[in-house]
Design a protein around this ligand. Structure first.
Ligand SMILES: *Cc1c(COP(=O)(O)O)cnc(C)c1O
Length: 428
C-alpha cells in the first residue's frame, strides 16, 4: 500500500486489496488446497521458483493478508501468522538456532516463554541465559558466548510490566553480531514499533490486544529485513548455506530481506505445522480493524485506574509505567509516549490474605487467566497460576504474594473504578 498511510488507516485498509468484482471484505479461504492448470506450474511452486498457494499448512491467502497488515503496522518487510504466541516465539528462535547454540533472554518475561526457552529448548540442545534487563551493559556483555545466536526480550513484560531499553539491547545484540527479537504483545505497534529502535524481529501473541475480544488464540512473526545474515554467515548457516531439503537453496542469497520469513515458512511451518486457521485469521483481522481505537482507550482507562489505586489507603503499591512515580516512567515516555498498555498490577496492605479476599468481591470485573481484551479482568497469581509456590518462591519469581494483575478493559472507567471501590470497601 501507499507507504505514507498512518497506523489507523493501515489497521482498516491494509492486507486485503480486492480487484474488480472481488469481495470487499477479506474472505476466509477455507480450503486446504489450491488448483493448478499444469503439472509444471505446481512443480515450480515446490522448487520455490514461483510464488503461489498449494497447501494451507504452508500458506493461505487469508492468513497472508492478515500477516501483511501486521507487517505494515510494525514497519517490517515480511511476516507470518502462527497458531499461537508460543509457536511464534518458538519459530522465531528455532529459525536461527539449533542444538549447540545459545540465546540470551530477559528474565522478566512471560511464564510460557520462560519455560519454552529455559526448559523445552534446553531439551533440544539450545541453552538459554536469563539476564536481568536493567543490569549495566558490562554485565549484560558477559552473558554472550561464542555460540550465542539471538537476544530475546519483551517491550513491556507480562506480568511484571518492565519497560525494556530497546536501543540498549539492540546495540548490545548487534555488537555481538546477533539479532534482537522483541515480543511486542503488550505494547502493540500502536504504542511502540521496536524496529524504529533497532530490533530486528518482532513476535506477537495476537491472542491479546490484536484479537482484542478473547475469541481466537494466535501468533505472528515480523521481520524488519535489517539484519545482515550474510555479514555473519558463520553464525547462521541455516540462512547462508544450501538447504538440502530445498534443492540447495541459500535463503539469504535467493530471498534477500525476505530470507528469514521464507525459511521459517518453508522449513519450520512445513515440518512442524503450527498454522493459524484461516477462520481465526479472519477473526483476528476484525480485531485489527479497531486496534487503533481500542489500545488508546485501554491505556486511558488503565491510567485513571492506576491513579485511583495509588491514592487508596488500603493499597500498598501500584505498578504501572504510566505513573510518574514508576521506575520505568522515563523509559515508557521514550519508547511508548502515547501509552503503555491496559495491564496494571497492585498489592494490598493486608497482604496475600487481603488480595485473596478482594478477588471474590468483584461484580463487573471477572476472574480469568487471560489478559488484554475488551473486558476488565483480574488474576491473583498466588491463588491461581503460581498457587503451588510458597511466599518465598513467589518473591524470588518476581511475583509478590499480594500481587493482583488487573487487565483494564474498555468499559466506562467510572464503572471499573466503582467496582474496585466496592471490593476494597469490603476488606475492612
Ligand atoms: C500470552 C503471551 C504469550 C503466549 O501467547 P499465546 O497466544 O497464549 O500462545 C507470549 N508472550 C506474551 C507477552 C504473552 O502475553
Amino acid at each position: 500500500m501507499n507507504d505514507n498511510y498512518k497506523r489507523e488507516t493501515i489497521c482498516i485498509q491494509s492486507g486485503w486489496h480486492p480487484k474488480n468484482g472481488e469481495p470487499r471484505v477479506l474472505p476466509i479461504y477455507q480450503s486446504t488446497t489450491f488448483k493448478y492448470e499444469s503439472s509444471d506450474q505446481m512443480g515450480k511452486l515446490f522448487d520455490l521458483e514461483e510464488e503461489g498457494y498449494f497447501y494451507t499448512r504452508l500458506q493461505n491467502p487469508t492468513n497472508d493478508a492478515v500477516a501483511s497488515k501486521i507487517c505494515e503496522l510494525e514497519g517490517g518487510v515480511a511476516a507470518m501468522l502462527t497458531s499461537s504466541g508460543q509457536a511464534a516465539t518458538f519459530y522465531a528462535v528455532f529459525n536461527i538456532c539449533e542444538a549447540g547454540d545459545h540465546v540470551i533472554c530477559s528474565s522478566t518475561i512471560y511464564g510460557g516463554t520462560y519455560n519454552l526457552l529455559g526448559v523445552t529448548l534446553k531439551k533440544c540442545g539450545i541453552e538459554c541465559t536469563f539476564v536481568e534487563p536493567d543490569s549495566p551493559e558490562e554485565e549484560l556483555n558477559q552473558a554472550f558466548k561464542e555460540n550465542t545466536k539471538a537476544v530475546f526480550a519483551e517491550s513491556v513484560s507480562n506480568p511484571t510490566l518492565v519497560i525494556l531499553d530497546i536501543e540498549k539491547f539492540a546495540n548490545l545484540a548487534h555488537s555481538h553480531g546477533v539479532p534482537l527479537i522483541i515480543d511486542n504483545t503488550f505494547a502493540t505497534p500502536i504504542n511502540c514499533r521496536p524496529f524504529e529502535w533497532g530490533a530486528d524481529i518482532v513476535t506477537h501473541s495476537t491472542t491479546k490486544y490484536m484479537d482484542g475480544h478473547a475469541v481466537s488464540v494466535g501468533g505472528c512473526i515480523v521481520d524488519s529485513g535489517n539484519f545482515d545474515w550474510l555479514a555473519h554467515a558463520d553464525k547462521f548457516p541455516g540462512l547462508t548455506t544450501p538447504d538440502e531439503s530445498y534443492h540447495g537453496i541459500v535463503y539469504a542469497e535467493k530471498f534477500g530481506k525476505g530470507a528469514y520469513i521464507t525459511k521459517a515458512t518453508s522449513q519450520l511451518m512445513r515440518d512442524l505445522g503450527a498454522i493459524q486457521s484461516p477462520q481465526n485469521a479472519f477473526l483476528l483481522n476484525i480485531g485489527l480493524e479497531t486496534l487503533h481505537l481500542r489500545v488508546p482507550r485501554h491505556c486511558e482507562n488503565a491510567q485513571k485506574v492506576a491513579e485511583y489505586l495509588e491514592k487508596k489507603e488500603e493499597v500498598a503499591w501500584v505498578n504501572y509505567a504510566g505513573l510518574p512515580s514508576n521506575k520505568y516512567y522515563s523509559l515508557a515516555r521514550k519508547y511508548m509516549p502515547d501509552g503503555v498498555c491496559g495491564v496494571i498490577s497492585f498489592g494490598l496492605k493486608g497482604g496475600r490474605q487481603a488480595s485473596t479476599k478482594m478477588m471474590d468481591q468483584f461484580k463487573l470485573v471477572s476472574i480469568v487467566t487471560h489478559v488484554a481484551d475488551a473486558r476488565t479482568s483480574v488474576l491473583h497469581p498466588a491463588s491461581h497460576t503460581h498457587r503451588q509456590m510458597s511466599d518465598e518462591q513467589l518473591i524470588a519469581a518476581g511475583v509478590a504474594p499480594d500481587l493482583i494483575r488487573l487487565s483494564v478493559g474498555i468499559e466506562n472507567v467510572e464503572d471499573i473504578i466503582e467496582d474496585l471501590e466496592q471490593a476494597i470497601s469490603k476488606l475492612k
